[in-house]
Ligand binder design. Structure first.
Ligand SMILES: Cc1cc2nc3c(=O)[nH]c(=O)nc-3n(C[C@H](O)[C@H](O)[C@H](O)COP(=O)(O)O)c2cc1C
Length: 365
């Protein structure tokens, strides 16, 4: 099963995946439906659960529709831009050979790819490197409107956007582009918007979330455009030496945000089994690691965010992400302080993940 993911064909290019839609649809697999649903409240809305798919696996409206049908209730449309932007070249997803937790020494030294995906989903660690591609607003704005039509009662679609560093842009132009892209999404009537401040896969753009001034500036500009529509920010992992940075960042931005999603992938050097770069040169020097080996980092961020929220009486919601591959992983995140939990890798490989979580918890936890 692990060599045939439901939401992405790793043997095909990004463009082929966009054109073909989710592999699940070509398998004629039956969708298991939940019976009794206990609703919960998030962002002031009554929703069917606290679980869904984070930004990434839902490339367009066909993927979004399938995700809702599969019982994933709080889903994010893959990050889009104000201009069209090419994907990094093939391959874009590779299986990794990591035993246990990913360490920063390993990440700097080089993680080896493995030949095949493992047999057990609970052991799955992958790297993905797309570079935040976008077909531009001409494609995604009407497609987002279409995707919104597949939201059923108790389900929420969030739109993820990012600014694009364009020719002759200074920093201010770049930050304004976040707000402009958010405004394009906002006009569709989408009920919440996430800004991606933590993608490690774009050559030249860098990870913004560690720059307090930049994040504060972007949040203010985006909030201005959104008014009362909830703004979510997507952060990367802050290590122990960055605890103060995280506290300072939150003290500046909490007036503007409704929720924090954490974490994005962890950047690492990815090498072949013989030690060469595993990705072609256009991918840059690092690629994002996701799945089992980064779960420790996702949980650690959730706990830190919860502690800071409690100590300062902030009221943002915490969306816990990173290595949620099974029902037990979902429970672990909820008991660690996540209000909402999302999965990318787990959802790509297991179309029944939301159903299994419902079955195990009936969403009591
Ligand atoms: C195929 C793929 C594409 C992704 N694309 C995005 C993206 O466009 N925007 C974003 O904020 N995160 C993106 N991510 C990161 C995920 O949302 C998530 O933060 C990360 O993969 C960790 O979760 P996981 O262990 O469940 O995969 C992507 C992840 C994967 C696997």
């Amino acid at each position: 099963m692990l060599n045939h993911p439901a939401l992405y064909d790793t043997n095909k290019t990004y463009e082929q995946n966009i054109q073909n839609g989710p592999p699940f649809l070509h398998k004629k697999q039956k969708i298991k439906t939940r019976k009794k649903i206990k609703q919960v409240t998030h962002f002031g809305m009554r929703l069917n659960s606290s679980f869904g798919i984070s930004a990434g696996p839902l490339f367009h409206s066909q993927f979004v529709k399938l995700a809702f049908e599969l019982g994933f209730d709080i889903n994010v449309y893959k990050t889009q831009r104000s201009v069209s932007f090419k994907s990094n070249s093939f391959p874009n997803i590779l299986p990794l050979n990591i035993k246990g937790n990913l360490s920063f020494t390993q990440a700097n030294h080089g993680i080896k790819v493995r030949e095949k995906f493992p047999d057990e989903i609970s052991q799955l660690s992958i790297t993905n490197s797309f570079g935040n591609p976008s077909h531009g607003p001409e494609f995604w704005v009407p497609d987002l409107s279409k995707a919104l039509l597949s939201e059923q009662k108790g389900q929420l679609l969030i739109m993820s956007v990012v600014g694009t560093l364009q020719d002759k842009f200074n920093a201010e132009d770049y930050f304004k582009d976040f707000a402009y892209t958010a405004s394009l999404a906002h006009k569709t009537g989408v009920k919440a918007i996430e800004i991606n401040l933590s993608c490690p896969n774009v050559k030249g753009e860098g990870i913004l979330c560690f720059n307090i001034e930049a994040v504060e500036n972007i949040c203010k500009k985006v909030k201005n455009v959104l008014g009362n529509t909830p703004l979510i920010i997507k952060l990367g992992y802050f290590d122990t030496s960055q605890n103060e940075l995280l506290e300072n960042l939150l003290s500046k931005i909490t007036p503007y945000i409704h929720a924090i999603s954490a974490i994005n992938t962890l950047p690492a050097k990815i090498i072949t089994r013989t030690g060469e770069n595993a990705f072609p040169n256009d991918h840059g020097t690092t690629s994002g690691v996701c799945g089992r080996s980064i779960q420790w980092a996702g949980l650690s961020m959730v706990k830190k965010l919860q502690r800071i929220r409690k100590n300062n009486m902030y009221d943002f919601s915490i969306i816990g992400i990173g290595g949620v591959l099974t029902e037990d992983d979902y429970i672990l995140y909820r008991t660690s302080g996540a209000d909402i939990v999302q999965s990318a890798t787990g959802a790509i490989w297991d179309p029944e993940l939301a159903y299994k979580i419902w079955k195990k918890t009936n969403y009591d936890s």
